[in-house]
Ligand binder design. Sequence first.
Ligand code: DX5
Ligand code: ZN
Length: 228
Amino acid sequence: MNWRLAEPKIRIAPSMLSADFSRLREELDGIEAVGVEMVHLDVMDGHFAPNLTFGPPVIASLRPRSKLFFDAHLMIEEPARYAEAFAKAGCDLLNFHIEVADDPKGLVDLIHGLGCACGVTLNPTTPADAIDAIVDRVELVLVMSVWPGFSGQKFIPDVLPKVEAIRPRLAAHQRLQMDGGVDLDTIPCCVSAGADTFVAGSAVFGRPDPPQAARALLEKAREAGERG
Ligand code: DX5
Ligand code: ZN
């Protein structure tokens, strides 16, 4: 497994969910050109999350056309069943929801065995201790700041104490990601809470100039990081 994001620094992961689906390749090229390293791929099955998005074929068609790190957020009920298909499609990281994992340790091993980095996600009301058994085995922890399903929802500030609680439990090579309602107004408090990797859908691809919006968000987060 090649964990390319082991170096601790602030990163933006634009979510393709808000992109123009008729121009996905151009959208990816645009954010890569301004220094974005990862793209967030929101996979939904209509069961775990009340929406349907895309699956392995779309990801596989983009893989040869982009060098970005493919961060797959699996909002699906049976991550173990589909992990291999997403690994084969070219995802670099497979991120499952702890709420649906019957055997979290086994799932982490399965994902690592497929050659992918592994992430675990907590819904807004899932407590930090839900990931106790695997927190030292994953490469990334994602704290949701909206309920899974749609871009453009309002940020839930109540999750910030959970981010603060998880931060000291992570080693230097592990990333702490937030997802949902992250924009120029909310990103400073996310940085202050200890997150380092920020998913942004509408705040990047919902803007007239997505690369410029990604750059502005990154700068804002870095400024907040420098202030401590
Ligand atoms: C929500 C998804 C998010 C979403 C974020 O279910 O997991 O990644 O695309 O969109 P914004 O940044 O607009 O909240
Ligand atoms: Zn997501």
